[in-house]
Design a protein around this ligand. Sequence first.
Ligand SMILES: [Zn+2]
Length: 179
Amino acid sequence: MTQSSPLIKSNIERAKTGAFKQSTIYPAKDICIVTCLDPRTDPADLFGLAPGDAAVLRNAGGRVNEALIDDLALITYLAETKLRTGPIFEVMVIHHNKCGTSWLADNEFRSGFEAVSHLEDEALKSEAVVSPADTVRLDVAKILSSTILSRKMTVSGHTYDVDTGLITTVLEAAAMPDL
Ligand SMILES: [Zn+2]
């Protein structure tokens, strides 16, 4: 018995229902969510989403870094060339308070982690989500300024409060600027 064993059992029960067949490759609610991998910020839980409702990209902090832009580039290209003829999904970037990445603002923690990481001090410092409203603005701006992303998507910025369970919109959905 391992920690994953009960999950595998649940999977067998879930597969029997056949309900998973309703999900499609394109998100049913026309939404792609970028958020932290923190267990408290599961988008299905935050918004009461059903299976297949949203595409979800999660990393530490929900940060828009090079790897995330590369993933977004691929899925937006796929969406606009293979899955949709008109506009494609809105990308919702969500940062939250009390984020584990805020430890990266602590000098001792950061230098300890730097020793075991391939990232340097400045890069680690910039990963910290201390003020979610500020970092979400920065990250939405990064998406808007990218030249490799589909022009057919829109992007919005939000914060999530782990104490109240509420989302606050910081930046309403904006269209990608023309190149
Ligand atoms: Zn977090």
